[in-house]
Design a protein around this ligand. Structure first.
Ligand code: ATP
Ligand code: PLP
Ligand code: MG
Ligand code: NA
Ligand code: MG
Length: 297
């Protein structure tokens, strides 16, 4: 672990708006990383709008880019970051990418947001679930599922904090040393739950952060959260807690600004999905003021 790194980020691109790579690349650059984006799709806008158009990259096209990098000995990465992946063939190719990058750098950190769905709704083909379970989770260094995704990956229902911690333990035993449930609604509260298994022998260090719920719906916040967790975890490799406090605090400042901007423009922020004010929040990303503190279990 060092101050900086080079991240290969395989995520969606939207021409307008901030999801996928559009919400991950700029913050990671602000935190000092070289970021090399591969756009798994290029859409006009995110899929929450009434329509969208664009192109989807397939597994073969992804591999072609990797081979191009390899031919020029450009495959040395410190981190791989993946988000939404829409097909089994693309996900299988991502697994080949993990192997390839680890053959160049055995210390490669793979940060995986296992995007499957949210609030009870699946966004991806059903067949992806078992591929994540059996092949992806085992090779991930850090996993950042939401509540629904943890349930799908572990088969456990998460209705209490204890359920969340148990599910993190289950995921640790499958592979990743760091697990962050990026959002879970438990007992009417919005929580982030983190778990860091530092050694094989000791139990994981576990914590929660309570997040003040803003009555609005945002796109791109999950992708931004994972990017910030990658960035701050590299600076604080031994304290997932600190990394999560910084990530959540940045997010909250950005979301507050987003809602205020929409209100100022005369929009009711509770009526539709909001585009985050990412560029305008660069100071909150570079130097967050910790407003959301972790509580240890
Ligand atoms: P995934 O990308 O895996 O689906 P996710 O469902 O956890 O992840 P979000 O629901 O966008 O993604 O939540 C990620 C983070 O964004 C939360 O930890 C929280 O900090 C912030 N966030 C999102 N929506 C809100 C909200 N309405 N109020 C307060 N914070 C929010
Ligand atoms: N990627 C694409 C192409 C999307 O359309 C969306 C949301 O609509 C996302 C990602 C969502 O990202 P997040 O879970 O960060 O809100
Ligand atoms: Mg969510
Ligand atoms: Na997540
Ligand atoms: Mg999401």
């Amino acid at each position: 672990p060092s101050d900086t790194g080079r991240v290969l980020s395989i995520q969606s691109h939207t021409v307008q708006g901030y999801v996928g790579n559009k919400s991950a690349v700029f913050p990671l650059q602000l935190l000092g990383f070289d970021v090399d984006p591969i756009n798994s799709v290029q859409f006009s806008n995110h899929t929450g709008y009434p329509t969208f158009r664009g192109q989807v990259l397939d597994g073969k096209q992804l591999w072609d880019l990797i081979e191009g990098l390899e031919e020029n000995q450009l495959l040395h990465y410190t981190h791989l970051l993946t988000g939404y992946i829409g097909s089994v063939s693309f996900l299988d190719t991502v697994l080949q990418v993990v192997d390839k990058l680890r053959s160049v750098n055995p210390d490669l950190v793979y940060v995986c947001d296992p995007v499957l769905g949210d609030e009870g709704k699946l966004y991806v083909p059903q067949e992806l679930i078992s591929v994540y379970q059996q092949k992806v989770v085992p090779v991930a260094s850090m996993l950042t599922p939401n509540q629904f995704e943890v349930e799908l990956l572990t088969g456990l229902r998460i209705t209490s904090e204890q359920d969340g911690l148990t599910a993190c333990n289950t995921l640790h035993s499958a592979g990743p040393r760091k697990v962050v449930i990026t959002s879970a609604l438990i007992g009417g509260k919005l929580l982030l739950i983190g778990s860091h298994k530092k050694t094989q022998e000791q139990p994981p260090e576990q914590f929660k952060i309570e997040i003040p719920k803003i009555p609005a719906y945002f796109a791109g916040t999950g992708d931004l959260t994972t990017a910030l967790l990658l960035g701050w975890s590299n600076k604080y490799p031994d304290s997932l807690e600190t990394a999560a406090e910084l990530a959540v605090s940045s997010l909250q400042a950005l979301l507050k600004r987003t809602v205020e901007d929409y209100k100022r423009a005369g929009f009711d922020p509770s009526t539709s999905s909001l585009e985050i004010r990412l560029i305008q929040s660069q100071d909150d990303i570079r130097s967050p003021v910790v407003t959301c503190k972790a509580v240890k279990f």
